[in-house]
Unconditional design. Structure first.
Length: 114
């Protein structure tokens, strides 16, 4: 699992760094990965970051991107998901819900290997 914690205003450079690290992590893993993003402390996502995040959903070997976000950024996160690869981004209101969803995804993936 790839984990990131984001806070404050997410700039183009921060989004690009996240996307680059996601791509590197996905490339170095044999199994498809899940990205978990704790965005509960995000206050704003810049317009250039929208584009970078939505393109990141097309990263090879990424099963899903799971985002925990606050009320203020929830609509932005959902819009990023709509702009990205269909059914790749899932948004939750709490980190606990997001972690439970990730655990379910990873368990399902493990069963496929057996």
């Amino acid at each position: 699992m790839f984990f990131a914690k984001e806070s404050g205003v997410i700039s183009r450079d921060e989004a690009q760094l996240w996307a680059d690290r996601l791509a590197e992590y996905a490339r170095t893993n044999e199994e498809p990965i899940v990205a978990l993003v704790d965005a509960l402390d995000v206050t704003r996502i810049s317009i250039p970051a929208y584009t970078i995040f939505s393109k990141a959903s097309f990263t090879p070997n990424v099963l899903e991107i799971v985002v925990a976000t606050n009320d203020r950024s929830q609509l932005s996160s959902k819009n990023i998901g709509l702009l990205g690869k269909p059914r790749k981004t899932v948004v939750f209101a709490t980190l606990d819900e997001a972690q439970q969803y990730v655990a379910t995804l990873l368990q399902a993936q493990a069963k496929k290997k057996d």
